[in-house]
Design a protein around this ligand. Structure first.
Ligand code: AVJ
Length: 319
């Protein structure tokens, strides 16, 4: 199991790498998590409301599949809005284990859930589920919940490795996972280039975070948000582009950028239903029910770990 990297180490390594790149998990400090929640309410950003509508509509069927007394482990829990729809539909949910890299956020959401579900044990874990997460023994049938198409942030091979890792935690249980679907490139483009510039602010917050936490001196007015769909890779790419030649200090180390130099910050892969099911099979799952909206913008998949010994494959870098 890989040790959890720090923001400082990852950011410095990312600036030295070619192409320059920083893992999207570092978006989610306090400010970044708040910006992401604003993105989720934007008219252009269809995934959140589409997935919420699917959960709202199909929660009773999902809860029936889970069975009574189940435990939900949510990977990347954030504000825990979506899981509420599941918990309300479940019969005597036993325990909720939200896992998130942003600790403060997690505690607030956990306190609110305890208030609203007095019988429910809530065990928040501040951890990086790609690296240092250690789960306690299950308290009931363990259902993994990975909404929001966060899986799209991972390169296909890393996504497969992450699903396999989840499978190792879910023996006898299941995984409910949200996956954004391939669609009209204009719809995709708008979702990552909103009119209010919230996605731009979310992207630029990475540099603001480096200023706050690493004593960097990024001038945010000299960096531009760039997001575009790459149909041959079926992914949105997000970058921060240097608007001019400039030198930036990060933790006392100078870094030089030319005009047009890019720092890659995110991939957001889109899948077909069949393409995602094929990935899940390669990761050792048996695909079950799939829920999609009428416009086929978004999908929720029920996956069960294939019976038998967990597949052993070399651990891949999932960061
Ligand atoms: C949380 C990874 C699903 O890829 O759509 C939103 C993050 N980035 N706008 C996505 C994001 C820019 C989001 N995920």
């Amino acid at each position: 199991m890989a040790a959890a990297a720090t923001f400082a180490d990852d950011f410095l390594a990312g600036l030295r790498a070619r192409p320059r790149a920083i893992a999207p998990k570092w978006f989610y400090d306090q400010a970044g998590s708040e910006l992401f929640e604003r993105i989720c309410t934007l008219p252009e950003y269809y995934p959140t409301r589409t997935e919420l509508a699917l959960l709202d509509q199909h929660a009773p069927e999902m809860a029936a599949r889970m069975g009574a007394g189940a435990e939900i482990v949510e990977f990347g829990a954030g504000a825990s809005v979506k899981v509420r729809l599941l918990l309300q539909a479940m019969r005597t949910p036993r325990r909720f284990v939200p896992v998130d890299i942003s600790g403060a956020h997690l505690q607030r959401a956990a306190a609110a859930l305890r208030r609203d579900h007095p019988g429910l044990e809530v065990l928040p874990l501040a951890a990086d589920f790609t690296a240092d997460l250690v789960l306690p023994p299950p308290a009931g049938r363990r259902i993994g919940f990975f909404p929001g198409s966060s899986i799209g942030n991972f390169e296909p091979a890393a996504a497969e490795a992450l699903l396999r890792r989840f499978g190792g935690w879910l023996a006898g249980g299941a995984l409910l996972i949200g996956v954004d679907l391939i669609k009209d490139p204009d719809v995709l483009h708008a979702a990552y280039n909103d009119a209010l510039g919230v996605t731009a602010a979310f992207n630029l917050n990475l540099l603001a975070r480096a200023n706050r936490e690493l004593g960097a001196d990024f001038d945010l007015t000299q960096w531009a948000h760039s997001a575009f769909y790459q149909p041959q890779h079926r992914r949105i790419e997000m970058h921060l582009m240097s608007r001019r030649r400039q030198r930036v200090q990060v933790a006392g180390v100078p870094f030089d950028f030319d005009e047009g130099d890019s720092l890659h910050t995110e991939h957001s892969y889109k899948y077909s239903v069949e393409g995602f099911q094929a990935l899940a099979r390669r990761a050792g799952f048996v695909p079950g029910a799939v829920w999609t909206d009428a416009a086929r913008r978004f999908s929720l998949h029920w996956l069960e770990p294939a019976p038998g010994p967990a597949p052993t494959t070399p651990q891949e870098d999932m960061a």
